[in-house]
Design a protein around this ligand. Structure first.
Ligand code: BMA
Length: 756
């Protein structure tokens, strides 16, 4: 047989089981066109996509992020947009018992018409819409049309007739619809990105045809674990066609189970054992091993559907309890307490379908390379795409997953709550099989904001308004969401909000999760990072500018200075560039050009991050986690990110990477005497050498080398009494301290320097 013949036979064999399946997905990503409602012309459209991307391709608008273009394209959010396509259906597909039209994501208010019949109405960007459409389909050509309505016109009356104004994140226009709209909060503007209220079919759309039954969900939990074996609860949820009365059976790997009773929506569980299990670990503590389980669904001997679960055998706990200091807050993976190192993640673009799989891959790889073991998916963005979590599973990055509520208060009418409940269930069901997810978190900063940001006064709430808004909060974050988790994902921890403790007082740093914004919003100096260390730092940070190369792509040369209108507009934080300038001058020197300013802004940010991370790590076990704000950008502008929109690491990326590595040495001059803290997060003991040099006006005055040994997860403080005596004899004005840590192979693994 010739090689090509052999390959085609092989291909046929591979395809055979697929061809015998009953279930079939017909992707509907072709032939789309779009128009502004009321216009005469249709233009070609890309699906998945957004109206902004399509307008750009049609030549109606120019590059959204160039200069101030975002400002002139605000009209797009006020219009309604029509999308349509025609698709062919053959007799075999039509003959199937069930036909579901599935939209994995519609942004946001949309009427869906199939062959001119209204078949569904969407009102939540975060939900999946599955619509049985058998009676509306026909042989041959079918027309699918979606009319997107503006979230502004949709909610105008609600906002205007509401008894009180709801705080609305960083929304930039007077008519604040974001609390009423289940759409990513950052689309309405945030302090690191412009307002871009787009719409469109932002995720996959397909027709799923099936007979008899299909697999809806398949997931697993490690219920017991020791070295010899893991007990795993595999659960599945099926959907049965009302027209099928026969028997169903499943096969999990090679074991067959008859399904006697089957109720839609009711999961069934099967206990399996894995001997000598290979556990899933965050990559900093072992291998992120994944184990596949194959589920096949049969009616008699006919294979109906098949799914493979990539399970991580692991246990994870959030320890959130009173202790001698206050309230502990840390994670244990497979029984081991782990110090979390990582960052807050925001969506990688305002137009999410623009983000290519390669960009997801690069960002997760950059996180791994920077020694991070946890990312927080922040509540003002989106529940991320499947690929994000698949990569985190594979690469061993834990995920702190917020629900999508941020810096606002939300309405509480029946239809809003029903919508939110469905969103929560959809996303828990979609994501619960990922071993990377460590914790569900109710929201970003709502509790601290309500109690500390003066909203009651600012919005002139009466006592009864306040009490109603707070009751609504409690209902959603202390009842509805935790109950959903208890039913749908009971083995995963829930924390109602981040942070649980506000940075206002020293005592608060003894309790649970913390966002420390004294540096930046509180305009405090960097040295305050040293003393403001909570039990688990979920946010802190400092802004810098993206690389000149990234700015040049979106700005005229003539705009490349701090006072140009376009550059001023790029800064979205109310504090502005003045604070960056102040810290540059305080820590370095005045910038002598814009390029110099960009570079110094990055150096300054790097210095701030170093001080903060070192302070957090040396305070272990008081502090058990450090997630800085923020990993990445959604557009090319100044922000707290360490990786810019183009994927270029800023200087702080390297600093973070160095200071997140397992073994570091931290110089401490906070007291009169000089000390060095040695900290190891390594899973094995560490042996090596510490070299300390003290220079005075560039001359080495002290050089010392110390053998070092740290047990697994060990830490040690070198008090250096003799050295301090010698230091006392020197003038401290021009002293520079340098340290280097070498491993047993004599490789340099950490270095740092500081001026006294
Ligand atoms: C945090 C975040 C964001 C914000 C950042 C910087 O609190 O939750 O809301 O972008 O601060 O201000």
């Amino acid at each position: 047989m010739k090689c090509t013949q052999y390959l085609s036979v092989l291909l046929l064999l591979l395809l055979l089981p697929v061809l015998t399946w009953s279930q079939q997905k017909i992707m509907l990503h072709q032939n789309w066109e779009f128009q502004q409602k009321g216009a005469s012309l249709f233009y070609p459209a890309t699906v998945p996509g957004t109206v902004h991307q399509d307008l750009k391709h049609a030549g109606v608008i120019e590059e959204l992020y160039f200069e101030n273009n975002e400002k002139q394209y605000q009209w797009i959010e006020e219009k309604d947009w029509i999308y349509q396509t025609n698709f062919e259906l053959d007799a075999a597909s039509l003959a199937k018992d069930q036909q579901d039209l599935v939209f994995e994501g519609l942004d946001t208010y949309a009427n869906i018409y199939l062959n001119d019949q209204l078949i569904g109405e969407a009102n939540n960007m975060f939900r999946t819409w599955r619509i049985p459409v058998k009676q509306h389909l026909k042989l041959g050509e079918n027309n699918l049309r979606i009319v997107f309505r503006s979230p502004l016109t949709e909610n105008k009356a609600r906002v205007e007739n509401a008894p009180y104004t709801l705080p609305a994140g960083c929304e930039t226009v007077p008519l604040k619809v974001s609390p009423y709209t289940r759409k990513a909060a950052y689309h309405f503007g945030w302090d690191w990105g412009p307002r871009v209220v787009s719409c469109g079919i932002w995720k996959a759309v397909y027709l799923e045809t099936w007979d008899k039954a299909r697999i809806k969900h398949f997931w697993g939990n490690t219920v017991a674990l020791d070295q010899a074996k893991a007990s795993i609860n595999l659960s599945l949820e099926l959907e049965k066609s009302p027209n099928y009365q026969g028997k169903l059976s499943i096969r999990i790997d090679d074991k067959k189970y008859e399904l006697t009773t089957l109720q839609n929506e009711k999961p069934q569980s099967f206990l399996v054992e894995v001997l000598q299990p290979k556990l899933w670990w965050p990559h900093t503590h072992g291998e992120p091993n994944l184990q596949a389980f194959k589920l096949q669904l049969f009616a008699e001997n006919q294979l109906l559907d098949e799914q493979t679960l990539r399970m991580g055998i692991r246990q994870i706990e959030l320890i959130h309890e009173k202790d001698s200091v206050g309230t502990a807050f840390y994670f244990k993976v497979n029984g081991q307490a782990i110090f979390m190192k990582g960052a807050n993640y925001i969506p990688q673009d305002l137009l999410i379908p623009n983000v290519k799989p390669a960009q997801y891959k690069r960002l997760i790889e950059q996180s791994v390379a920077a020694n991070m073991n946890m990312l927080r998916v922040w509540g003002g963005g989106i529940y991320e795409q499947d690929l994000f979590y698949e990569l985190c599973d594979e690469k061993g990055i834990l995920v702190w997953q917020d629900f999508m509520f941020a810096g606002s208060m939300y309405p509480n009418d029946t239809s809003f709550l029903a919508n939110v409940k469905a969103e929560i269930a959809d996303n828990i069901k979609r994501l619960r099989h990922h071993p990377c997810i460590a914790v569900w978190c109710g929201n970003n900063e709502m509790d601290v904001a309500w109690h500390n940001w003066g909203w009651q006064k600012q919005y002139q709430y009466s006592p009864s308004d306040s009490s109603e808004i707070w009751q609504n909060y409690l209902q959603l974050f202390h009842t509805i969401i935790p109950e959903a988790i208890k039913t749908l994902d009971p083995m995963r921890a829930y924390t109602s909000t981040s942070p649980l403790s506000n940075w206002g007082t020293a005592e608060n740093f003894n309790h649970a999760s913390m966002h420390y914004w004294g540096v930046w919003h509180g305009r405090e100096p960097f040295k305050n990072f040293n003393t403001n260390v909570g039990r688990f730092m979920v946010e802190y940070g400092f802004q810098s500018f993206p690389a000149m190369a990234s700015l040049k792509k979106v700005m005229h040369d003539s705009s490349l200075h701090l006072n140009s209108i376009a550059m001023k507009n790029r800064q979205k934080s109310y504090i502005g560039n003045g604070l960056i300038t102040k810290h540059i001058e305080r820590n370095f020197r005045p910038a002598n050009s814009f390029a110099d300013f960009v570079e110094l802004s990055q150096k300054t940010q790097a210095l701030g991050m170093k001080i903060a991370i070192q302070a957090h790590r040396k305070t272990r076990p008081h502090c058990m986690g450090t997630l800085f704000w923020q990993l990445n950008d959604c557009w090319p502008g100044p922000s707290w990110s360490v990786i810019d929109y183009e994927g270029n690491p800023k200087l702080a990326y390297q600093t973070v990477k160095e200071n997140f590595q397992p073994v570091i040495a931290v110089m401490d001059t906070s007291q009169q005497s000089f000390k060095i803290h040695l900290i190891s997060d390594a899973i094995v003991s560490f042996q090596g050498k510490l070299v300390l040099k003290v220079k005075s006006s560039d001359k080495t005055v002290i050089e010392k080398s110390y053998p070092i040994y740290l047990p697994q997860h060990g830490q040690k403080v070198f008090s250096l009494k003799r050295l301090n005596k010698k230091l006392a004899t020197l003038s401290r004005d021009n002293l520079e301290y340098q340290i280097q840590v070498f491993n047993q192979k004599k490789e340099l693994i950490f270095k740092d320097q500081m001026q006294y």
